[in-house]
Design a protein around this ligand. Structure first.
Ligand code: NDP
Ligand code: GDP
Length: 326
């Protein structure tokens, strides 16, 4: 039986990836900082057969012990300080975890592999945030990076150190340059989940408004379960490589708001939405749109959900969740 270790297992992607790996017959281990933390109970219930091991991306010794104890053939590094706005307030921590943490885990893998180079395949969660103020559009694997946040800068380090370890030591290491992907499990700090929840609450008469920041920013949004399949496909290739995963469409935050309200039958939403400067960022990314043609060609990857379907899934989930509590 194949064994996989997933860092960031308690996050959106970690849970979907673990479910995919279980369905593919893997023995799955999830790295968490505190395995006995009661906050993990819902994740443990969701992921039944996953074993949890202790480790922190900032502590290379803990990563070494985790990898030695699980003996995985695949390691997926999804752990990160992942929220862009937060990364300005905590740039040092973001760098320690999201940048240096990648080096730590590569070093731990290299040490456990010893002379069996390539026996542990590695996936790094790179991000479209590395493109930032991109000079060309759509962005592909060759587009230059111009990150616009401490998070984007940290991800760029993780990306390049993964390539460097592949080239220097022959490791089977891959970067998935994933554009934004969403689901009902997206953390509430992110704009899609925030909108979906607020729309459901306004519809139910529980809230009277929604306060947002930049409504004109445009993102290329996909569906998280589709995107974790791309991660797995990357590690099934004979060699490590880098792939953009994206839908190829960009929509504004305003478009998302419009569709979300339409899902609950509200067409005139202007009176519910206001803009507060505190949600504006020191630097933002105006527009991102990805070109995933390499992933389609080499991995055979195709997304299954459209933008419209993703918005509807997220809003319906929030409406249903409220229903069960009312
Ligand atoms: P989440 O924010 O939902 O999950 C992040 C995970 O990292 C959590 O499980 C968190 O644990 C864990 N973590 C944070 N700090 C540490 C640490 N020091 N040591 C160990 N674990 C830690 O992210 P997503 O699931 O949305 O994303 C997965 C990865 O993909 C991230 O690296 C993200 O940056 C990247 N990415 C995501 C995109 C998206 O649109 N979702 C797009 C491109 C890249 P805890 O629950 O305890 O906080
Ligand atoms: P990101 O692309 O990883 O930063 O994902 P987010 O969902 O956090 O933000 C996407 C875009 O939405 C950014 O351009 C934000 O500036 C914009 N945005 C507008 N209002 C909000 C808000 O209230 N919260 C968040 N998180 N983003 C917002």
């Amino acid at each position: 039986m194949k064994r996989a270790l997933v860092t960031g297992i308690s996050g959106q992607d970690g849970t979907y990836l673990a479910q995919l790996l279980l369905s593919e017959g893997y023995e799955v281990f999830g790295l968490v900082r505190e395995p006995d933390n009661p906050a993990l109970t819902p994740v443990k219930q969701l992921l039944g057969d996953v074993s949890f091991v202790s480790g922190d991306l900032t502590d290379v010794g803990s990563l070494l012990r985790a990898i030695e104890s699980c003996q995985p053939s695949e390691v997926y590094n999804l752990a990160a300080v992942s929220h862009v706005a937060y990364s300005w307030q905590n740039a040092g921590l973001t760098t320690d975890v999201t940048a240096k943490g990648v080096l730590n885990i590569l070093e731990a893998i290299r040490s456990v592999e010893g002379t069996r180079t390539g026996s542990i395949r590695f996936y790094q969660a790179s991000s479209s945030e590395m493109f930032g103020k991109a000079l060309t559009s759509p962005q592909n694997e060759l587009t230059a990076f111009w990150p616009r946040s401490p998070y984007g800068v940290a991800k760029a380090f993780g990306h390049y150190i993964t390539i460097n370890y592949r080239e220097s030591y022959g490791m089977h290491a891959s970067n998935g340059i994933l554009f934004n992907h969403e689901s009902p499990r997206r953390r509430i700090e992110f704009v899609t989940r925030k909108i979906a929840r607020a729309v459901a609450r306004i519809h139910a008469g529980l809230d009277s408004g929604l306060v947002l920041g930049n409504l004109d920013a445009r993102r290329d949004w996909g569906y998280a379960p589709d995107y974790v399949r791309a991660m797995w496909l990357m590690l099934q290739q004979p060699q490590g490589d880098d792939f953009v995963i994206a839908s190829g469409e960009s929509h504004s935050i305003r478009d998302f708001v419009d569709l979300a309200f339409a899902t609950v039958g509200i067409r005139e939403w202007n009176s519910y939405v206001s803009v507060d400067e505190s949600f504006l960022r020191p630097a933002d990314i105006d527009v991102l749109v990805g070109d995933a043609s390499k992933a389609r060609r080499v991995l055979g990857w195709v997304p299954t959900k459209s933008f419209e379907e993703i918005v509807e899934i997220m809003v319906r989930h929030e409406v249903d969740a409220l229903g069960s509590f009312s």
